[in-house]
Ligand binder design. Structure first.
Ligand SMILES: [Zn+2]
Length: 64
């Protein structure tokens, strides 16, 4: 899991907060905790999480 307190918004210089964030990719929706800047709202997506989930989604789509 991501330690949001270790992340800072490069633009605002404030610590990011973990927020339940909804996003979708290739028609699949994900609801997960992502580090988000409380000032500008920039969401930082954890690449490991995204790659893991997206590659799974892509495999599922190819199977169909
Ligand atoms: Zn910011």
């Amino acid at each position: 899991m991501i330690e949001a307190s270790e992340l800072q918004c490069e633009r605002c210089g404030v610590a990011l907060e973990l927020k339940k964030t909804y996003f979708s990719y290739l028609g699949h929706a994900f609801h997960t905790d992502l580090p988000r800047c409380p000032v500008c709202g920039q969401v930082y997506i954890d690449e490991e999480l995204v790659k893991g989930r997206m590659s799974r989604v892509e495999r599922e789509l190819e199977d169909k």
